[in-house]
Design a binder for this molecule. Structure first.
Ligand SMILES: Cc1cc2nc3c(=O)[nH]c(=O)nc-3n(C[C@H](O)[C@H](O)[C@H](O)COP(=O)(O)OP(=O)(O)OC[C@H]3O[C@@H](n4cnc5c(N)ncnc54)[C@H](O)[C@@H]3O)c2cc1C
Length: 359
């Protein structure tokens, strides 16, 4: 029977990043993925590294997100060297736009505390916004330029982590589901999968929005929050940097693609895209950038963000079962947080502590 130092259940950005970090430390690692690498939320994501765009109030996760964003330039090089995959990292900033005077005042307040935390943000009038992005509607109220934020291609990042881990010796089992975690005398000893049994003394659940086997072992519930996205295409360049407004965004991607997202449907586990959601997203996009009306409709998709009942990620060893870990609940920011999660979990496993103090 095959034996590993660590078995990771789930091949999304979180599981694959942990596999990469552990493989760099010469651990014998396997990822078990019931579908294909990146087939969950991680391929649906817009890939924003939006520390400034996403955090409206300071919390421990904000500081972790800052650390994570800093890892991407080096990560891009490492993944390219090991796997040949380009993760599409761009650090040109994100423009936070206000539709009303109240919204503008609110994002200025946010800018003030973020600046005190070392972020480079810049208040902008509408004329200044249009100097950066002339296609943004002049009917808006100005914004804040979040200079340190950036974005990646989420699907390529996830595949890049996994392929780089594989290049360092990690085994990847796709189309293989973990059906049972096997324990003996308060310690894990292996997993039962649809392709047979594998032995290990360390198991990490990185199962995203799925509740199995999470709920059975950890007393938390994964809460899926469905997000629908529309993608347009234009050969004529329309935007250079992502625009962000109250959880809505338009992210320009290479090749003239514009990713417009996303809806937030808590508890909805379906994967289809509703016509009304497409209409809603496009209406918001056209209000912000009228020129997008002339772009070509390319495609749409949906994914399930993994929130959890703790309302923050859980990255910890089980309180009583030795060797059972989980890294779930990264919700809206799992792509951004993936880099630090990999390193954090690898450190925890090496130290084999029993805490989840990630601040
Ligand atoms: C529309 C949308 C837009 C988003 N935009 C952004 C963004 O711009 N920036 C950002 O940082 N984040 C974004 N996110 C959030 C981000 O996608 C998630 O936080 C992140 O992908 C979570 O990664 P994960 O590995 O935990 O989960 P997933 O990617 O869902 O991976 C979990 C994997 O576990 C597998 N699995 C589950 N159970 C088992 C089992 N028993 N056996 C084997 N395999 C199993 C699943 O098949 C799945 O592949 C977005 C999400 C959505 C839906």
């Amino acid at each position: 029977m095959k034996n590993y130092d660590v078995i990771i259940i789930g091949g999304g950005a979180i599981g694959s990043s942990i596999a990469y970090s552990l493989s760099k430390r010469k651990k014998r690692v396997a990822i078990i993925e019931k579908q294909m690498i990146g087939s969950g939320a991680s391929s649906a994501a817009a890939g924003l590294l939006g520390v400034q765009a996403e955090w409206d109030a300071e919390d421990p996760l904000f500081h972790l997100a800052q650390q994570s964003r800093r890892l991407f330039p080096k990560l891009q090089e490492e993944i390219r060297t090991l796997s040949g995959i380009d993760i599409g990292y761009e650090q040109k900033g994100i423009l936070r736009i206000a539709h009303t005077e109240q919204e503008l005042a609110r994002i200025h307040d946010i800018m003030n505390w973020q600046s005190a935390c070392g972020e480079v943000c810049e208040a902008m009038t509408m004329a200044q916004v249009q100097q950066i992005e002339p296609a943004v509607s002049s009917k808006l109220y100005g914004g804040v330029f979040c200079r340190d934020d950036g974005h990646v291609l989420a699907k390529d990042l996830t595949k890049g982590y996994a392929a780089s881990a594989a290049a360092l010796g990690c085994d990847i089992y796709e189309h293989t589901e973990v059906t049972q975690i096997i324990e003996r005398q308060g310690e894990v000893c292996g997993v039962q999968t649809t392709a047979g049994m594998l032995e290990t003394k360390q198991i990490i659940l990185a199962t995203g929005a799925s509740n199995q086997p999470l709920q059975q072992h950890f007393e938390i519930e994964a809460i899926p929050v469905k997000g629908e996205v529309v993608c347009l295409h234009s050969y004529e360049p329309i935007l250079q940097v992502p625009l962000f407004r109250e959880r809505f965004y338009i992210a320009p991607k290479r090749g003239g693609h514009y990713v417009i997202g996303a809806t937030m449907k808590r508890g909805d586990v379906t994967k289809h895209v509703e016509a009304a959601s497409v209409q809603h997203l496009l209406n918001q996009a056209f209000e912000l950038v009228p020129a997008l009306q002339q772009a070509t409709f390319k495609t749409s998709w949906a994914g399930l963000r993994p929130d959890c009942s703790l309302e923050r990620p859980l990255m910890a060893q089980h309180a009583t079962t030795k060797g059972l870990w989980c890294a779930v609940g990264h919700y809206r920011n799992g792509i951004l947080l993936s880099a630090i999660t990999g390193e954090y979990m690898a450190n925890q496993l090496e130290e084999v502590t029993n805490t989840c103090n990630y601040v």
